[in-house]
Design a binder for this molecule. Structure first.
Ligand SMILES: N[C@@H](CCC(=O)N[C@@H](CS)C(=O)NCC(=O)O)C(=O)O
Length: 211
């Protein structure tokens, strides 16, 4: 059984939750109260010394970093979401890294400055917001092209890279990021949000706190 330490508004946290769901794994969610600083308590640091969500614990073993958790869980299930053949696996790694650095990062910049900063009463960093938007304008066409060639990022079956992409884009309605110009990506995302790996977790980003 995987215990996943998470916060529902943390979209890095959602990636391993979606993965566990896609694997049909037995998993349990453990809420980490980021607002109260629980991620910095000695108890939590004993699970994840990185002091962030997500983290995953299986028996005596625990790790942080969403991509590492996703790979570990998929390996445990010998799942095609993370193929064992070296070149196929390297392609999944490439797209996971690309999604996390070049899509999730800029989404986070826009999301924080446009949606969360006002909620927390923090002054938004408009330069960071603009940079995030500009990076998405540069990087989303690359995703659009890849999805137009195959049904999924790495071919005609879903992989961890696709799960990472679904999680990375989860808050875009709340943060008013418009992807409608990317027709293939928009249709693909709508379809993935109807897949059971997604609907078994939630209906939309923020549902857990009635947003
Ligand atoms: N690279 C990490 C990012 C994790 C991350 O930034 N988590 C944030 C929430 S989205 C966090 O725990 N922040 C709390 C803190 O830094 O104190 C991953 O993919 O797991």
């Amino acid at each position: 059984m995987f215990k996943i330490y998470y916060h529902p508004m943390s979209f890095p946290s959602l990636a391993p939750v979606f993965t566990a769901s896609a694997l049909g794994a037995d998993y349990q969610l453990e809420f980490v109260d980021l607002g109260a600083g629980q991620q910095s308590t000695p108890e939590y640091l004993a699970v994840n010394p990185l002091g962030k969500v997500p983290a995953m614990q299986e028996g005596d073993f625990s790790i942080g970093e969403s991509a590492a958790i996703m790979r570990y869980m998929a390996r445990q299930y010998e799942s095609d979401l993370y193929p064992q053949e070296a070149q196929a696996q390297a392609k999944v790694d490439q797209w996971m890294d690309y999604v996390n650095h070049h899509i999730r990062g800029p989404v986070a910049s826009v999301h924080f400055n446009r949606s969360l900063a006002p909620l927390f009463g923090v002054e938004p960093d408009m330069a960071s917001l603009a940079k995030g938007e500009q990076m998405l304008t540069s990087n989303l066409p690359i995703i659009e092209t890849a999805l137009s060639k195959h049904g999924y990022l790495c071919g005609d079956t879903m992989s961890l890279a696709d799960v990472a992409l679904v999680a990375a884009l989860d808050p875009i309605e709340m943060s008013k990021i418009d992807i409608s110009d990317y027709k293939t990506l928009s249709a693909w995302r709508a379809a993935r949000r109807k897949d059971t790996f997604y609907t078994d977790v939630h209906s939309h980003y923020g549902a857990e706190i009635d947003l």
